[in-house]
Design a binder for this molecule. Sequence first.
Ligand code: GLC
Length: 634
Amino acid sequence: MKCGGFFMNKQTEFERRLSRHYDELKWLYCELYPGREDLFHQLCTMLEGFYNDRKPAWKTLDRKREKDPEWFHSQKMVGMMLYIDAFRDNLKGVESKLDYFLDCNVNYLHLMPFLETPRGMSDGGYAVSDYRKIQENLGTMEDLAALSKKCHSKGISLCMDFVMNHTSQEHEWAKRAVAGEREYQDRYFFFDNFDIPAQYEKTCPQVFPTTAPGNFTWLDSCHKFVMTTFYPYQWDLNYANPVVFNEMTANMLYLVNQGIDIVRIDAVPYIWKQIGTTCRNLPQVHTIVRMMRMITEIVCPGVLLLGEVVMEPSKVVPYFGTLEKPECHMLYNVTTMASTWHTVATGDTSLLKHQMDIVNSLPKQYVFLNYLRCHDDIGWGLDYDWLRQFGISEAPHKKFLNDYFQGYYPGSESRGELYNDDPVLQDARLCGTTASMCGLEAAGFEQNEEKTDRAIQKILMLNAYLFIQTGIPVIYSGDEIGQVNDYSYKESPDFDRRTDSRYLHRGKFRWDIEPCRSIEGSVQNRIFEGMKKMESLRFAYAPFSGEADVWTKDTYEPAVLCICRQLGNEMITALFNFRGEEKVAHIDMGPFEWKDLLTGETRVLREVTVPANGCAWYYRSWQQENGTEKQETK
Ligand code: GLC
């Protein structure tokens, strides 16, 4: 008998799932929380409760996905992320627009934080004051469940943020901690004076050096310091306390049971703190994520974990865990995203090629979420050790990139704003939408048609590059209609918005220009239809499968990146020109005819001219006949 009689008689579905992980889960839990077997048993009982509470429809989906655990590896997955209020006011509004997502080929919808959060101290919803309540203006838990049901009926999976590193200072635990309850102070990091915080500060870097310097905040209300890695109103939870782990796990499962398919574990590298370290990516973080993985496999095996690890590749990849002991199902491909924009600014693809080579050498089981833009700033976390060989060093290069994307650099048509400009570290980050960063805003302002064409070309090239990558492409809502920066945040009545330039690219979805996507030749139409075409080609052609072999090829032209994908007897050779002038890719792909899937033109791939900021997806298939190849391009 194990775990309070769970495995005594004929096993139920829950017991079968629990027994698969029981030993490892218990081992890890007790290693992290020695002597707290009582709380481990409480956890197991709680898991059974959440399993029992799961709606029959979710349980059916769990079983289906359990039999097909790689369901999300499909090349037919396309994601979109959005703020509910910015998109369509509230959950009901989003529900009323599900056909729009289908039109966008989207079958994975990431709803940005929607839980209760204090106005003016919310960090875009990443300061949660109640994990069981939806922001009043967005709707109710019933609305979420209804949206989820409708999404599922249309084949759309829902993703939510699980902000687990910290709570809002308005969370009940925080309030009770301030009121002096020791039990709740122990759920955070509370200190009577700055002695211990000072030790942390020696090695723990800052996340928001300008808008929220330091990692601790003085609380006048109770005369204590509290750890606040992010904003002063976001109090770090102490996962060394098993009660925190159990309670937060309960919150996650409660939310998942409302019909969530994908849990984005926010700021996961930060969840374990230790003096003398950077307080990032510590081994205990991996123990916790591994436990979360087992817990979802026990209670809700249809649910996926998406880790938000905004770090360099060597720090990101360990969050996949190992084949025997997996952690996250999916991770963001953040370095490729940042390297892509570096390439837009420099017109030199060597770093991107190097970055692609790293990603392509990883096991095919690893699923990355690829994206051009998201709700956050772009941090210039590039491989500077590698760039050094070209005489590029970090601080001046970051300055160049920031100047370029603010449109200060000669020849740049980009429009953007700095974020957390730290004069000491010279480490500013950048905000702006894809369209504005590609020059569409400047072109529109000048009413310059030629510049508009160039901007659209660049946007489509970047999307072609996004869609060629293995993994799940995630579109940032508004990008599909070329939405530009929204400067209205500067007039917001809320101080935290007014002073946070990330709101530059968090503007309201432009339903006023959205209908233009059906007007042939309009800006919106060219971008929307261009992306749709790429999506349908991605769905239809075998080399886009995650099973395909992918590699880069030298073009002997720094501006042009060449990516090849092959599955069986089918292959795609894709070319991307990152410069605003026509360039020649010096490649030789044999005497065969290749068809550009994007234009329908066929040609032999030798010395290929690629238009300014142009791209091409050349395809061919063949059959092996008596040892010789027979061309068969469709
Ligand atoms: C994540 C979010 C970001 C937020 C931070 C703190 O990085 O993407 O928007 O500020 O977490 O919760």
